[in-house]
Design a protein around this ligand. Structure first.
Ligand code: IMP
Ligand code: MG
Length: 176
């Protein structure tokens, strides 16, 4: 069986992703240059693992990289909660922090993560996402670095899964 067996179409190609990742990395590098404290890039696992790996190697200023794992309960409901399964290991006080997400849908997950990280006296907190579904948004989220706006379709690939599968596709596709 091929890994793209159940993929109906390619939504964003490897080439388009690669071009966008370099653009985002260049914006981020520009914004992070000349910082007093070394900035932190925080990837939200598992979905962002390929994105952050590609992004990080094109960021041309010093950064520290860490990861968080959160699980969300009762998404799509007001008052949905997240549980932090893995927190960052590095101190964030006084530092410029960028959260790297694979896809922003309702916005609940990032709203909660931002709430948590804001309590840690960061110098600044910004959001970078590869994909954004604006039509699905339930809470206001300011995205500082946005890869692509997409329609309300369920996508997989480039780290993003459906029931843990398809993360290893090199492009963003739509499942049949
Ligand atoms: P939010 O809290 O509704 O913004 O949820 C964002 C999370 O939902 C993402 O990090 C993904 O894990 C998941 N998600 C949203 N849309 C998709 C999709 O089209 N494919 C796979 N996962 C998705
Ligand atoms: Mg995710």
């Amino acid at each position: 069986m091929k890994k793209d067996e159940h993929i109906a179409k390619t939504l964003i190609s490897e080439e388009e992703i690669s071009k966008k990742v370099k653009e985002l990395a260049s914006q981020i590098s520009n914004d992070l240059k000349d910082k007093e404290n070394i900035p932190c890039i925080i990837g939200l696992l598992k979905g962002s693992f390929i994105f952050i790996a590609d992004l990080a190697r094109y960021i041309d200023v010093p950064v520290e990289i860490d990861f968080m794992i959160v699980s969300s309960y009762g998404n799509n409901k007001i008052g949905s909660e997240i549980k932090i399964l893995k927190d960052v290991d590095i101190p964030l006080t006084g530092r410029d922090v960028i959260i790297v997400e694979d896809i922003i849908d309702t916005g609940y997950t990032l709203e909660k993560i931002c709430e948590v990280l804001q309590t840690r006296n960061v110098a600044s907190l910004k959001i970078c996402t590869l994909l954004n579904k604006p039509s699905r948004r339930k809470v206001d989220i300011k995205i500082d670095y946005n890869g692509f706006d997409i329609e309300d379709e369920f996508v997989v690939g480039y780290g993003i899964d459906y029931a843990q599968k398809y993360r290893n596709l090199p492009y963003i596709g739509v499942v049949k």
